[in-house]
Design a protein around this ligand. Structure first.
Ligand SMILES: [Zn+2]
Length: 288
């Protein structure tokens, strides 16, 4: 069995264990307790920091863009509507459930929270979402195309092929659902005629993806103006990057395609790992 396939299965075991450990604690039952928790305070501070970075980097204009993060298994903290991401205060951040109902906070939530919620519901690995309108990435969104792969290592490692979601009216449920076909294998999705959305394990990391993608779009456009042929990363080196991504547990649509055919040995190991997961989960449940 290949080392990379083992690593992927171990990662899946770890993800299941982490998900079990995230089961709601009794104190999470109350939105009031959740919104006043130390964890919520730290996450609000992180949202405010990231909002400031988005505004300073000119990735948001007017009241554009929005940020959210999951709090435990039931709640989401998100930015409000009609406020610049450069001017956020802790009291501006709303607490919502996974259906978009506001449970705490004085302001109305962003209408684009529906987009974030669809991502969370479709992919449990997404714990934070950043949506913004960086000019170079949005230029690609206007054309409905992504920059090509195989040119910039950061783009290959942290993003891989980005997806393009079709146009829909922002703020609607139909708009929120445009990303669903892509959200499992792509952490960065272009929203046609609109901007981009990125998901990650933390708000900070989701913002890093927006920086990496925007820089890639800008670099690609600049490189085309130099007047020399673009140098592609050799295919074998791309394979090395994909092996690294598999070990790191980073999503990439190319990984799914390369692991479609499982050998009988892989099947046996998967069954063994499944039994291990069941044992770990049973022990954790006994502990409570
Ligand atoms: Zn937007």
């Amino acid at each position: 069995m290949q080392e990379t396939a083992v690593a992927e299965q171990v990662r899946e075991v770890v993800e299941v264990v982490v998900e079990v450990l995230r089961e709601p604690k009794p104190e999470e039952d109350s939105p009031l307790v959740a919104t006043n928790s130390f964890e919520a305070q730290a996450l609000r501070a992180e949202i405010i920091r990231v909002g400031r970075k988005l505004w300073e980097r000119q990735y948001v204009d007017g009241n554009g863009g929005n940020i959210s993060v999951r709090l435990g298994s039931r709640y989401v903290l998100c930015t409000p509507t009609l406020l610049s991401k450069g001017d956020l205060e802790p009291a501006d951040i709303c607490l919502s459930d996974l259906e978009g109902n506001i449970l705490a906070g004085d302001r109305s939530r962003t209408s684009e929270l529906l987009l974030h919620l669809e991502i969370y519901k479709a992919n449990p690995r997404a714990r934070a979402v950043v949506h913004c309108h960086p000019p170079y990435a949005t230029a690609f969104a206007v054309t409905g195309a992504t920059p090509p792969n195989g040119l910039i290592t950061e783009y290959e490692i942290f993003i891989g092929p980005a997806a393009v979601a079709p146009y829909e009216t922002p703020g609607t449920q139909a708009f929120a659902e445009t990303v669903l076909p892509f959200v499992e294998e792509h952490n960065t999705i272009l929203l046609t005629n609109h901007g981009i959305v990125c998901w990650a394990d933390t708000v900070t990391h989701a913002e890093w993806l927006t920086e990496i993608f925007e820089t890639c779009c800008k670099t690609y456009l600049l490189a085309q103006q130099i007047g020399r042929p673009l140098q592609l990363i050799p295919e074998q080196k791309i394979e090395e990057i994909l092996a690294l991504k598999r070990r790191m547990g980073l999503p990439d649509a190319r990984l799914a395609r390369s692991s479609e055919v499982a050998t009988p040995e892989q099947g046996e190991n998967a069954a063994e790992l499944e039994r291990m997961v069941e044992q770990v989960v049973a022990r954790l449940e006994e502990r409570e």
